[in-house]
Design a protein around this ligand. Structure first.
Ligand SMILES: [Zn+2]
Length: 67
């Protein structure tokens, strides 16, 4: 098996902050966190992420006890 080409669109096309589909990936903002690529539909969403990244990247955190 050879080396797989990197997929251009390997990141999600859903905004990781507001969870709406990103219509034009060329205009999406992306950033890497650990092994994930996060996508944002706009500068506003990107700023929200920067202000409090943990809120939007709890995908592999320990479970929070909600009781
Ligand atoms: Zn968004």
């Amino acid at each position: 098996m050879g080396i797989q080409p990197v997929k251009l669109l390997e990141h999600s096309d859903i905004c990781d902050v507001c969870h709406v589909p990103i219509p034009d990936l060329a205009e999406a903002l992306t950033t890497e966190r650990e092994d994930r690529v996060l996508s944002f539909c706009s500068q506003d969403c990107y700023k929200k992420y920067i202000e409090d990244p943990a809120v939007y990247t709890d995908f592999e955190d320990e479970k929070t006890s909600d009781q």
